[in-house]
Design a protein around this ligand. Sequence first.
Ligand SMILES: Cc1cn([C@H]2C[C@H](O)[C@@H](COP(=O)(O)OP(=O)(O)O[C@H]3O[C@@H](C)C(=O)[C@@H](O)[C@H]3O)O2)c(=O)[nH]c1=O
Length: 181
Amino acid sequence: MHIQSCAIPGPLVIEPRVFGDARGFFMESWNAAVFKEAGLDLTFVQDNHSHSQKGVLRGLHFQNPGPQGKLLRVVRGAVFDVAVDLRRSSPHFGQWVGVELSAENKRLFWVPEGFAHGFLTLEDDTDFLYKCTAPYAPEHEQSLAWDDPDVGIEWPLDGVQPLLSQKDSVGLALTQIRSYA
Ligand SMILES: Cc1cn([C@H]2C[C@H](O)[C@@H](COP(=O)(O)OP(=O)(O)O[C@H]3O[C@@H](C)C(=O)[C@@H](O)[C@H]3O)O2)c(=O)[nH]c1=O
């Protein structure tokens, strides 16, 4: 397993060891002891799976209180995945990092508590899996606007409008949200 840091301290891109053979491949997508050894001592309470067609944008979501750390991966298709730093004390508040996750590259992306998270699907029939460190708490969930100019995420949209949920089409501006960590 190889761990790569990002431009903002906190999020990590994890390249798992993939064992290929004539049957296909095998990889460990989560191993508590190995991750702890690597400095990520995590306890997960919920696993999620979403399925989307190309051009769907989910996010940018965060819970306050009850923030969730998320360990993310794609098992079919591909996404452009984004984390936005909402940690009050961070010198990087409001900044974002983006990483492509795909069934092909098998990357894991760790988004710690204190970040808003979202992704754009780059292929039809994308299956997105993630583990969360805290339970879903809809009463505490908020959406940061995916297109907030103060955040300025460069989504690979090629001029096409993304498909959004009703909730995400009326996300809050960075200036409206209360940072939570
Ligand atoms: C997130 C979530 C949703 N739901 C339900 C609520 C709703 O009826 C339906 C769809 O929910 P949403 O529209 O919020 O799903 P979605 O937009 O896919 O929400 C997800 O987006 C990405 C970007 C994240 O980071 C996740 O943490 C999560 O917020 O599923 C749960 O029961 N448990 C959950 O943990």
